[in-house]
Design a binder for this molecule. Sequence first.
Ligand code: RIB
Length: 305
Amino acid sequence: MAVVVFGSINMDLVVRTPRLPTPGETLTGHTFFTAPGGKGANQAVACARLGVPTRMVGRVGDDLFGEQLRASLRSFGVQDDGVLTTPGPSGVALIAVDDTAENTIVIVPGANGAVSIADIPRLERALDGARALLLQLEVPIETVVAAARAAHTRGVTVILDPAPALPLPDELYALADIITPNEHEATTLTGIAVHDDQGAIAAARALIARGARRVALKLGACGALTADAEGEQFWSPFTVTPVDTVAAGDAFNGGLAVALSEGRSFDEAIRWGLAAGALSVTRHGAQPSMPERNEVLTLLAQEHL
Ligand code: RIB
């Protein structure tokens, strides 16, 4: 019941600031820290913290960050044999988080941009015996399609996080078992503004019309909307006090994948995703904010009190 993650590994350079700067403005922030991140690596750490064997496939640079990023993955229990150290800099993300916990992120791909079709045989070995593959879009799109194909032909569940959003080839919609955009990504993919329930439903239906089998639309503090050819369903959020929303979507995808890999129902897996996402926003940083399994179980149990 292992989970495999194919995707990006970044060092996050994070400033906490009273508010997000406007173009041309200089602001004085509160604090600065570095923390391991990258949507792929975050999702891998999320899965490992929730207690399933997790294999990461991707690339880091041969710089200082590269070694720190591999060490972080290992420290959280992620198997990093599928991570290649490649000449040049590691991926980095410049992140600003404001006092309302909102953020902006600029990534520079570095080694993530060197992920190529040559990485697919390593992925295929990692997929042996796996139940789910997690994908995102911070590595070249043709490699994401090839990875989805490799998993699909082996009967491994493909969970695609279309982040950062870019137009997807039709084949990718068909290869993904579940696609998990947030509001911004759903809008970019469909051209439909997701500002309210009606917009969310319209965007989810548009993704189904493009060939997506199942959509889990992440609505942040408003929970989630799921959709398939049969219809749509809204899911309430777990209420928490957020301090940093970076990687909340990654925590959601980790919770979803772990629950599915354990044979839980799709509905149960959505609650796992929502619980993991909620817990992650109560802490700073990307990988360090991922919750442990007992925290998720406790939050899920409170729901029934
Ligand atoms: O999803 C959050 C992540 O996006 C950050 O950790 C950053 O590295 C970017 O990839």
